[in-house]
Design a protein around this ligand. Structure first.
Ligand code: UDX
Length: 429
């Protein structure tokens, strides 16, 4: 890799920050990573990776000599002109994005005519303009500003960095935007060079549209249950229409994660704050909430009261190949099942380390087999590969009851039924 590539700083070492840093290091950039979390930086300096993300540990290890970790912004400012901001923007009680971490970074910026802030964090439309106003009032208007939203998915973040569907660069056409474009040029991705507000909206609108697709197919699934159609067949037939597309039409127990719930709420609030009632997004959110709760009624249909019943959840993470439990459907299921008087047991291949932080009163098993033994019903919540490879004859032999609820339509109903179990999917007859 060439050594003439521009050194960069990445502020915030969460999923987005770490993957961006490691990906840029692979492209040959020296990357100065900064985080206020002393423990996290110490671990990264020792070569430990604080999150589970496929391929990330290897990528960091391979490019270790170009990655520098510190809690101090000083060396990053000395070495790099482009300062990527990848700090969290969690939802507040009102559903607006909490921008306190973003503005803490902006406050820490020096007066400079040679640095640029490159915003990777997902922020409401208008944040770039607000930051530029804030910089001007502090005499820091020499700092350039670029919006460069991130579209990577957890679980495939490294692959997504290497082969993005598009790179979006929003700026006022100055040197900083040109430098960010040059940074991503080796990836040969389609480029959208636009203004800051449009770049911010591209990110929110993309996530809101994908979430809408999921809620739409979940509603179709619910109607399929009433009419005898099979939503998997319906999605297959719909997806072949190039105008619709096959992706994000998997019906299930609702979407979760750190992005969709937060970004849909943030876009709804953003519209509401400027006087526009974004009616469609209200429905997307409500459908998603109800979709999680329908699981309880389905279990009751088979088991009657859930009081004293042992219900096993296979998977806790919001999707496979991640240890992330944020806004995971499992959290709602656990709370609802416990409220109905069920004893909840769960197993997840990696998320159990984090489960204590989110779940209480749940028996966390050490294996799928251990979790399944003695269960009255098994609910597939996260479609981890190891659950798809289970021996269902063996499962049937160790369960106390017969109910298998496939919350992701990821199992073969014929195999489950052949094992003498009762199969219930989402929108499948
Ligand atoms: C998402 C966006 O895809 C990504 O571009 C953005 O940068 C961050 O948010 P992520 O949250 O990592 O990525 O996961 P994703 O694979 O998009 O899945 C989100 C949720 O939707 C998961 O809970 C998943 O199970 C659910 N989902 C997805 C469905 O229920 N059905 C589908 O067809 C697709």
């Amino acid at each position: 890799m060439t050594t003439s590539r521009e050194p960069v700083a990445v502020i915030g070492t969460g999923y987005v920050g770490l993957v961006t840093a490691a990906g840029l290091a692979e492209l040959g950039n020296e990357v100065w990573c900064v985080d206020i979390d002393v423990d996290k930086i110490a671990r990264l300096q020792r070569g430990e990776i604080p999150i589970y993300e496929d391929g990330l540990a290897d990528l960091i290890a391979t490019n270790r000599d170009r990655l520098h970790f510190s809690t101090d912004l000083g060396p990053a400012l000395d070495k790099a002109r482009l300062l990527f901001v990848a700090v969290g923007t969690p939802p507040t009680q009102s559903g607006d994005a909490d921008l306190s971490a973003v503005f803490a970074v902006i406050d820490a910026m020096p007066i400079s005519g040679s640095h640029a802030i490159v915003m990777k964090s997902t922020v409401p439309v208008g944040t770039g303009a607000a930051i530029k106003r804030e910089l001007a009032t502090k005499g820091k208007s020499g700092l350039a500003y670029v919006s460069c939203p991130e579209f990577l998915r957890e679980g495939s973040a490294v692959a997504d960095f290497r082969a993005p569907d598009r790179v979006v660069v929003g700026d006022d056409g100055g040197w900083a935007g040109d430098s960010v474009v040059a940074l991503y040029a080796p990836l040969n991705a389609p480029l959208v060079r636009t203004d800051v507000a449009s770049a911010e909206m591209i990110k929110l609108a993309s996530n809101a549209f994908l979430a809408t697709k999921i809620s739409f197919i979940n509603e179709i699934a619910n109607v399929c249950e009433e009419t005898g159609a099979d939503v998997s067949e319906v999605a297959r037939g719909m997806g072949l229409d190039g105008r619709i597309g096959a992706s994000f039409l998997r019906a299930g127990v609702g979407f979760g994660g750190s992005c969709f719930p937060k970004d849909v709420a943030a876009l709804k609030q953003l519209a509401g704050n400027s006087g526009y009632h974004f009616q469609l997004l209200n429905a997307v959110i409500e459908v998603n909430d109800l979709q999680k709760r329908r699981v309880i009624a389905k279990l009751q249909k088979h088991l009657g009261t859930l009081v004293g019943k042992r219900i096993t959840l296979l998977g806790l993470a919001f999707k496979p190949d991640t240890d992330d439990l944020r806004e995971a459907t499992s959290l709602v299921l656990v709370a609802r099942l416990q409220a109905e008087g069920a004893a909840v047991c769960a197993y997840d291949p990696v998320a159990e380390d984090r489960s204590g932080q989110y779940l209480s009163g749940v028996t966390i098993a050490a294996s799928a087999q251990e979790a399944i033994a003695g269960a009255d019903a098994v609910v597939l919540v996260t479609e981890w590969a190891e659950f798809l490879a289970l021996d269902w004859e063996q499962v049937a032999a160790t369960m106390a009851g017969r109910v298998v609820l496939d919350g992701r339509n990821a199992l073969d109903p014929a195999i489950i039924r052949a094992a003498g179990l009762a199969y219930e999917g989402i929108g499948r007859p």
